[in-house]
Write a protein that binds this ligand. Structure first.
Ligand SMILES: Cc1cc2nc3c(=O)[nH]c(=O)nc-3n(C[C@H](O)[C@H](O)[C@H](O)COP(=O)(O)OP(=O)(O)OC[C@H]3O[C@@H](n4cnc5c(N)ncnc54)[C@H](O)[C@@H]3O)c2cc1C
Length: 287
């Protein structure tokens, strides 16, 4: 009987993607199982070059999610852990709280439903009448609002860098995965654009906007298709008009939170994002 040769694995866990999901996956694995060899393959020259480094910078409280759902539980716990992580490593952050403001009577039932959700999720929520909004945001007008106490802001690029550093994983930047060979009982071998082969006992797909393509490369059919949308932001010329974060009541017709005002950790205030169908998955301009 022929002896099956031992496979020389380069690592135990291969992670594709160096955004916040891939890097926190690497961090969590090496914390939970010290000694596990984790390798992260990221096609860009550094971490957080896509969604993670281009978002609103908000630590969400979890108020929008169905009580008891995994999303609600993870968001509430994750927000607290993110604040702790930032404090521990000196990463710029602030627990600013946020306002969700109703400007039309038709939004009031949905605002009230959010209060219920927030409380069921264990989030501190204060209901405000129109005249009380000025206690938090003197320049904002509305019929009613809620103040969510645990929402915050942080520098997600710095978070990603710290996760990369703290994970102890081998991070290979500039390494695009172009093919995946997955065999039962034999783990995975991935081919990079440079022609290198990296072998791991298992693979975690954290490729963000390309995660469906990576899933297909492994032979899976994810049954979803990523349709790219781009969110554009404007910078408020008079940032002194807004103290913290101001959101509309989400419109259930759209899968977005709505255009919001966000005071970032740099002190500037962004207005956005809108949602523009994009020609490319990682296309950030009109060109
Ligand atoms: C406009 C906008 C605003 C948002 N605002 C917030 C917010 O305020 N707060 C919040 O919590 N969330 C926000 N989000 C959501 C949040 O940004 C994302 O959920 C999160 O960044 C996803 O992280 P990720 O690691 O999955 O993806 P990404 O950050 O996109 O990382 C995926 C990585 O995979 C790499 N990759 C892809 N294909 C390959 C390959 N073949 N080989 C190697 N590497 C590959 C990419 O280069 C990329 O670095 C926002 C999202 C958008 C779009």
């Amino acid at each position: 009987m022929a002896r099956v040769p031992e496979i020389a694995y380069d690592c135990d866990v291969l992670v594709i993607g160096g955004g916040i999901v891939g890097l926190s996956t690497a961090y969590a694995i090496t914390r939970a199982a010290p000694g596990t060899r984790v390798t992260v393959l990221e096609k860009e020259p550094g971490p957080a070059r896509h969604q993670t480094g281009r978002n609103s910078g908000v630590i969400h409280s979890g108020i929008y999610y169905r009580p008891g759902s995994l999303k609600a539980r993870y968001a509430v716990r994750g927000a607290a852990e993110m604040v702790k992580f930032c404090a521990e490593y000196g990463i710029p952050h602030a627990v600013t709280g946020k306002l969700i403001v109703a400007t039309d009577r038709s939004e009031l039932p949905r605002l009230h439903a959010l209060v219920q959700r927030g409380r069921e999720n264990g989030i501190p929520v204060r209901e405000l009448g129109g005249s009380q909004i000025a206690e938090y945001e003197p320049e904002v007008r509305g019929l009613a609002a809620i103040h969510v106490g645990t929402t915050g802001i942080c520098d997600f690029v710095a978070v990603a860098r710290q996760l990369a550093h703290g994970s102890g994983a081998e991070i290979r930047y500039g390494t695009r995965v172009v093919r995946v060979d997955r065999r039962p009982e034999r783990g995975v071998a991935v081919l990079t654009a440079a022609g290198d082969v990296v072998r791991g006992r298992m693979l975690v797909n954290c490729a963000g906007l390309y995660s469906d393509e990576i899933a297909r490369l492994t032979g899976d059919d994810p049954d979803v298709r990523i349709v790219p949308f781009r969110g554009e932001y404007y910078e408020l010329a008079r940032p002194e008009l807004v103290r913290g974060l101001v959101y509309p009541v989400p419109d259930p017709a759209f899968p977005f939170l709505g255009v919001h005002l966000t005071r970032g950790i740099d002190g500037g205030v962004h207005v956005g994002p809108n949602a523009v169908p994009a020609l490319a998955r990682e296309g950030y301009g009109w060109g």
